[in-house]
Ligand binder design. Structure first.
Ligand SMILES: *[C@@H]1O[C@H](CO)[C@@H](O)[C@H](O)[C@H]1NC(C)=O
Ligand SMILES: *[C@@H]1O[C@H](CO)[C@@H](O)[C@H](O)[C@H]1NC(C)=O
Ligand SMILES: *[C@@H]1O[C@H](CO)[C@@H](O)[C@H](O)[C@H]1NC(C)=O
Length: 181
């Protein structure tokens, strides 16, 4: 395993505060294939839904609506865990990091600031009992961790608030590199 990936793993298992400015790369393409809300907790969420759709030959974009029953404000934490497809199943892959959603937003991790382009999302503050909508969202692959190998991945995003899991979003994506001749 390469050192950068290993250090992502260690740093984030021990603490938050990974340097997201290192999430910059131009080596691979990441293409979303589908996305789904695996589960949401009705104690904390009125509603959580994402609709992936093909927007052209290569890209899948995502629409979504989230409605929180509790006032999470700027305190939502997102834990990201990669799984890599190998031998017929998605297996735990050592890229895992977590931080406040507002930090991801500020650092534009995965191009999350693109959420501002469509829908009623205005900032990382999440208001209660309101439909928060996003649309036509495609992640920015140049703002992902470098050196992830090519292959098929499932990326699980766990939305957490004071130790409660509010919802889990699953994203299936392919990492490819231009063929070297
Ligand atoms: C597909 O759409 C995305 C977003 O609109 C765009 O960035 C990309 O260039 C498009 N790809 C093709 C092959 O048209
Ligand atoms: C919120 O979104 C849900 C699901 O799309 C919809 O059924 C509901 O009518 C929306 N509420 C408002 C106030 O727009
Ligand atoms: C996604 O959202 C956009 C903007 O609201 C809308 O025009 C489009 O029809 C939606 N697509 C799907 C598949 O729901």
């Amino acid at each position: 395993m390469n050192v950068f990936l290993l250090s992502i793993f260690i740093v984030t298992v021990l603490s938050q505060g990974l340097d997201f400015s290192k999430f910059r790369q131009h080596d691979y393409r990441l293409t979303v294939e589908r996305a789904d809300i695996l589960s949401y907790d009705k104690k904390y969420m009125n509603y959580a839904k994402v609709i992936p759709f093909k927007c052209n030959r290569t890209n899948v974009a995502v629409n979504g609506t989230f409605n929180f029953k509790i006032n999470v404000g700027s305190e939502l934490v997102v834990m990201v865990q990669f799984y890599k497809f190998a031998s017929n199943e998605y297996r735990l892959f050592p890229v895992r990091f977590q931080d406040k959603f507002c930090k991801f937003f500020k650092e534009n991790v995965a191009g999350v600031q693109r959420l501002l382009n469509c829908g009623n999302f205005v900032e990382c503050l999440l208001v209660v009992n309101t439909n928060i909508t996003l649309c036509n969202f495609i992640p920015d692959d140049s703002k992902f961790p470098p050196l992830i190998p090519s292959g098929s991945f499932r990326i699980n995003l766990h939305a957490l608030y004071s130790n409660n899991e509010l919802f889990v979003l699953e994203v299936y994506a392919k990492i490819t590199r231009p063929e070297v001749k």
